[in-house]
Design a protein around this ligand. Structure first.
Ligand SMILES: [Zn+2]
Length: 244
């Protein structure tokens, strides 16, 4: 099956392949050859010589479309799984690794409560999916702040012996990773990680804290991780397989 460009817009166009629409971006540069790259977030970027004709660029992309699709699928496996959610009653949502059904009700307050194994979402006007999503996302963020801080506090004593500065916690929604530690000592955790079991959050926190001592993923890094968390691989696997 060959890819078929369906639209053309300035330096961007789309390619259709196997029922998928793949957006492509073209960057023109003073160079002789053309380069096609798929970024981890699934973006396809083509670097082309200034003189390259759009038709020729699209032709080259069409020829590489199978490879492009493979790359996109490859990168997708590293992304936090966020299936399309509709935020309607009866739909299940995760919190600390458990599934809870949504129940939407009209009440005096805009609120999310976890009662009797359910997410009860109330709003003054009977809650529409958009409102329910907004309220639930706020709730997740609140819980993320609370739980991540707790887990971080429980792990920090083990790292004091390295004499490192305590990292500052930051919570973000990230597309491609669960956590990171900046050279400046900011520990960033993905807000969506709050959906995962506590032991998986603990694994991400511990992994990132090990970077206080070792910046890379060297043997010494894994030795330290193994020492602190002998079952880290199991937790990592659980994290990668749980959130589907
Ligand atoms: Zn790492």
């Amino acid at each position: 099956m060959s890819g078929q460009p369906i639209t053309e817009q300035g330096s961007a166009f789309h390619i259709r392949y196997g029922g998928q629409v793949i957006p492509c971006q073209v960057l023109y540069k003073a160079r002789k050859t053309m380069e096609i790259a798929v970024h981890p977030d699934g973006q396809v970027v083509i670097t082309a010589p200034l003189s390259a004709e759009m038709e020729m660029i699209q032709d080259r992309v069409r020829k590489r479309v199978r490879w492009i699709t493979r790359q996109i699928i490859y990168f997708q496996q590293f992304q936090p799984h966020t299936p399309p959610r509709r935020y309607v009653g009866g739909e299940t949502h995760l919190y600390l690794g458990r599934q809870y059904q949504l129940k939407l009700l009209q009440d005096d307050k805009d609120e999310v409560k976890l009662i009797q194994g359910r997410f009860l979402i109330t709003s003054r006007n009977s809650p529409k999916p958009d409102k329910a999503r907004q309220l639930l996302e706020q709730w997740y963020l609140l819980k993320a702040r609370e739980k991540y801080a707790e887990i971080l506090a429980s792990r920090l004593p083990e790292f004091r012996r390295f004499g490192c500065k305590e990292p500052r916690l930051q919570i973000r929604q990230m597309k491609t990773r669960w956590g990171s530690l900046s050279p400046g000592g900011v520990l960033t955790l993905n807000r969506d990680l709050i959906r995962a079991p506590r032991e998986c959050i603990d694994y991400v926190v511990t992994h990132e804290l090990c970077h206080l001592k070792y910046k890379d993923h060297s043997t010494a890094f894994y030795k330290l991780l193994e020492q602190l968390l002998p079952d880290w691989e199991k937790r990592k696997h659980r994290l990668e397989c749980m959130l589907v």
